[in-house]
Ligand binder design. Structure first.
Ligand code: ADP
Length: 735
């Protein structure tokens, strides 16, 4: 029996020593360090006991006893540290130091037992029993040691048991063997308590065996998993910063990056640190939860404040800072580039708009002058040339207008402006123009308009005309012989709305199926070889589709190559009155195209008109147009000059250019209305403008103008307006 005990003690000692050495390999975390210290203490306890049972006299045995106590006093404390680390219960450093100091004091008591009877009240030696052994009577300190260590052990076992029960309830895997293993040393106490094996102290073996169990668990189960430790290492050394707090915002842990970012949090392991009392930045993050990156030092971080929940129980919080400096620089750069690009594109489109505007002014003058020539001459050759100039001028104008529209659409500045309008006058204008161009090419232009279509409608009249004119002019342009048919039908109608279908069919060249998608793209012209002699830019279709889209409609194209095309769309318009278009097909559409040898329908030799325009060419055109009626005309070139002129003269009508350098039309009008000594206070003021979009009428009226005239000025319109504006007693109608 004695031999068994001897060998067992020796083996346990050696095993514990070896295990403690093996742990060196894992010496990477605090818990493992604690275990290692505990193993070394277990080794001292067992090797001491092994020596003790071989001693043959009291003195030698007492040296062995001292060796035993060198280890045993610390074992419970160290195991307590291990367990608390395992359960992530942070023991305050001060508690740890107090416990280790108590152990050391006890050890001091043992080592100096000869000098007092605090630890051993009596020391004896007995030859009887399993082996000759010392007999030790406990002094007060030894009693304290027994109760103290057993209290620690019990306390440790209770919290471990509580923890495992909770784990079990949460259906987590419970390492039962580990728990049993931790209870092992208690068996020795129980044996001792019941007087079993009185002379043999089994506690070193049991404690050693418990140590081996802990090691086995360490290796096979997950007490301090290497992964956890490794994760801890990774987190500690990563560039992202982590701060972990308990549910009361007390700082528990922070990694190295966080330590560098927030030096004010240092010393958290010595005294409690409440995170948001210590740092202004952290307080802001906790209160405001910023969604954007924040600047800390010279780097940008995305800060994520999150709760740590365990089975819906709030355990604490963490803040994760991910370094987004590179990303921020990258996105800032991208944003800056896109702003630059936007500015550049805006600058380009402004240039386009401005130059288009500048181009339009001389074109208007050319068309106007040409009109004068057409009106004054009877010479067929001159009429033919002037007609060519007119056609080219109008084409140039439509081109500039298209460029302007496309740039407006691109910049998102194209708007649909709905006004009340008459369907019959819209059709008059569109069909009138269509007939002229069709006649010129000897094409038939057939119309079929549904009589039930409401006449008074609400929509963007100008844009609808633009769409129809464009489709009709294309139909004529791309048809060499045959006809162009226009059908306007009512799809449905109620009190408030009418859906009207517009269809333009031609017997022209048609479009190849594969070219169909292309024609809706800007500047795309298809079948260029065939269309070489046909003027065009490829801007019409994209403008039409965009405008229709803005009006919640869609252009449909059906076409058979070499046979003809059919363009149709349905527009939903507001109904603004009860009258209907009626039997439109029988109406005689006037040829409002050419104004050759035009004779003025009235004269007003006593009327006085003031023309205000900064453009001399426009002025000449207007003067020539007005001259036919014998009106007295004064010209001024600026708003300021207009103000001076009305102080001197009484005018019946003032034609006021809208866009002028210095005082523009609106400002001049304002002054005219408010100034003192205006001899023309009762004059009818007409705005002259190149801006022809729907709604301008109401815009000019709101500004205080009596009416407006679009450039290039159509004489017939000017004439009608003047007849309306001049005092009737001054107007003599020509028969
Ligand atoms: P363009 O100024 O060239 O006429 P559009 O955008 O109006 O530009 O039309 C784009 C292209 O679609 C034209 O170049 C032409 O090839 C084709 N196209 C348009 N309408 C017709 C049509 N009625 N018949 C045949 N081809 C057409």
């Amino acid at each position: 029996m004695y031999q068994v005990l001897l060998y067992t003690e020796f083996i346990v000692s050696i095993v514990i020593l070896v295990l403690s050495l093996i742990l060196f390999r894992y010496k990477i975390s605090r818990p493992i360090q604690y275990i290692q210290y505990a193993f070394f203490c277990m080794f001292l306890l067992n090797i001491g006991y092994w020596i003790e049972i071989q001693c043959t006299d009291l003195d030698a045995a007492m040296v062995a006893v001292k060796i035993e106590y060198c280890g045993s006093v610390y074992i419970s404390t160290l195991m307590m540290f291990v367990v608390t680390e395992y359960l992530h219960v942070s023991l305050k450093p001060v508690i740890k130091w107090v416990m280790l100091s108590i152990d050391s004091l006890i050890l001091l008591g043992v080592l100096t037992y000869e000098k007092h009877d605090l630890f051993f009240s009596a020391v004896g030696y007995e030859e009887s029993g399993l082996y000759p052994h010392v007999v030790l009577e406990s002094g007060i300190l030894r009693h304290f040691f027994t109760y103290y260590t057993n209290f620690i052990n019990l306390f440790m076992l209770l919290i471990l048991t509580y923890y495992f029960i909770r784990k079990f309830r949460d259906r987590d895997r419970v390492p039962v063997l580990f728990l049993v293993d931790m209870y092992l040393p208690f068996f020795a106490v129980v044996f001792h308590f019941f007087g079993i094996m009185e002379t043999v102290d089994l506690s070193p073996i049991f404690i050693g065996a418990a140590g081996v169990g802990v090691f086995a668990f360490l290796k096979n189960d997950m007490l301090f998993q290497i992964v956890d430790v490794a994760t801890g290492k990774v987190i500690d050394n990563m560039q992202d910063a982590f701060i972990v707090m308990d549910s009361k915002m007390k700082l528990l842990e922070l990694n190295n990056s966080a330590k560098l970012m927030f030096p004010e949090l240092a010393g958290y392991d010595e005294k409690p640190v409440i995170v948001y009392e210590c740092s202004e930045v952290l307080r802001k993050i906790i209160n405001e939860r910023p969604k954007d990156v924040i600047l800390i030092g010279d780097r940008y971080y995305m800060a994520k404040f999150s709760s740590i929940l365990n089975n819906n129980r709030l355990e604490g919080y963490y803040i994760h800072f991910s370094d987004r400096t590179e990303w921020k620089h990258y996105t800032d750069d991208l944003i800056q580039r896109s702003i630059d690009a936007e500015n550049e594109s805006e600058a380009k489109s402004n240039l386009l708009v401005n130059t288009s505007h500048d181009i339009r002014t001389p074109i208007n003058a050319i068309i106007g002058m040409n009109e004068l020539i057409l009106r004054k001459t009877d010479d067929e050759e001159i009429i033919e040339h002037a007609s060519d100039v007119e056609r080219a001028g109008k084409y140039l104008l439509s081109l500039v207008n298209n460029i302007l529209d496309i740039s407006k659409i691109g910049a998102g500045k194209m708007h649909i402006i709905d006004v009340d309008y008459d369907m019959t006058s819209l059709l008059d204008e569109v069909i009138g123009l269509g007939k002229i161009t069709a006649n010129e090419k000897n094409l038939q232009f057939n119309i079929n308009v549904d009589s039930e279509i409401p006449d008074k409608l609400h929509g963007d009249e100008v844009r609808i005309k633009q769409i129809l004119n464009n489709i009709i002019s294309n139909a004529v342009k791309y048809t060499e012989k045959g006809q162009v048919d226009m059908n306007v039908s009512l799809v449905e109608k109620d009190e408030f709305f009418a859906a009207i279908r517009f269809e333009i069919k031609d017997t022209g060249i048609g479009i190849k199926e594969e070219d169909m998608p292309k024609i809706l793209e800007s500047f795309e012209r298809v079948d260029e070889n065939r269309n070489y002699n046909v003027q065009g830019t490829g801007l019409g279709m994209p403008i039409i589709t965009s405008l229709l889209e803005m009006m919640n409609s869609k252009l449909y194209i059906e076409s058979v190559y070499t046979k003809g095309s059919n363009f149709h769309f349905v527009l939903k318009q507001g109904v603004a009155g009860s009258s209907v278009v009626g039997d439109y097909n029988k109406r005689n559409i006037k040829d409002n195209g050419k104004k050759r040898n035009y004779k003025c329908s009235f004269s007003a030799p006593d009327a006085r008109v003031l023309v205000v325009d900064d453009n001399r060419l426009n002025m000449v055109v207007l003067n020539n147009l007005l001259k036919l009626s014998g009106i007295n005309i004064d010209n001024v070139f600026s708003g300021e000059a207009c103000i001076e002129a009305v102080k001197e003269n009484t005018y019946h009508v003032i034609l006021l250019d809208y866009m002028m350098p210095g005082m523009d039309g609106i400002e001049t009008l304002k002054q005219l209305k408010t100034m003192e000594g205006n001899k023309s206070a009762g004059a009818y003021v007409i705005a002259l403008t190149a801006n022809v979009v729907s709604g301008v009428e109401s815009m000019y009226k709101t500004a205080g103008f009596d009416d407006y005239l679009a450039k290039p000025i159509e004489y017939r319109k000017l004439e009608t307006m003047l007849i309306k504006a001049l005092p009737s007693e001054l107007v003599i109608m020509n028969s």
